[in-house]
Design a binder for this molecule. Structure first.
Ligand SMILES: [Zn+2]
Length: 126
């Protein structure tokens, strides 16, 4: 006997995850779908701050300058650019994200202000 369900009312046409329309009606581009999927994946990789521990250290740079370096927070689990922006506002200084190394660095010694801000956001701080 052939399959009982082929061509019957049990067949449900696939729908687009992005707009919810059937594939025939969907006008989403492949780029839009890919961007959506990437954003979803990014969100799935995020961790709540209270499950992460940040380590704050002062490092000396050439010419005796100091930098405050935050490690322990990964670019995958956090929006480090957003975090940097928040810390820059608190410290009134410039900084940079080194996402390859999962580091956030701010110019100058701002360990106390940064520890306070990180704790305020909800991170555990070492
Ligand atoms: Zn669609």
């Amino acid at each position: 006997m052939a399959s009982l369900f082929a061509g019957t009312q049990f067949y449900i046409p696939p729908t687009c995850e992005r707009c919810g329309k059937t594939e025939d009606e969907c006008v989403c581009t492949a780029e839009e779908k890919a961007a959506d999927e990437a954003a979803k994946q990014k969100q799935a990789n995020r961790l709540p701050p209270e499950k992460q521990t940040a380590r704050v250290q002062i490092e000396k740079r050439k010419g005796g300058r100091k930098a405050t370096v935050i490690s322990g927070l990964t670019a995958q689990a956090n929006d480090l650019q957003d975090l940097l922006a928040q810390l820059q506002t608190v410290c009134g200084t410039g900084g940079t994200v080194k996402s390859n190394d999962d580091l956030v660095e701010l110019q100058g010694d701002h360990a106390e202000a940064i520890r306070k801000k990180l704790a305020e956001i909800g991170y555990r701080v070492k």
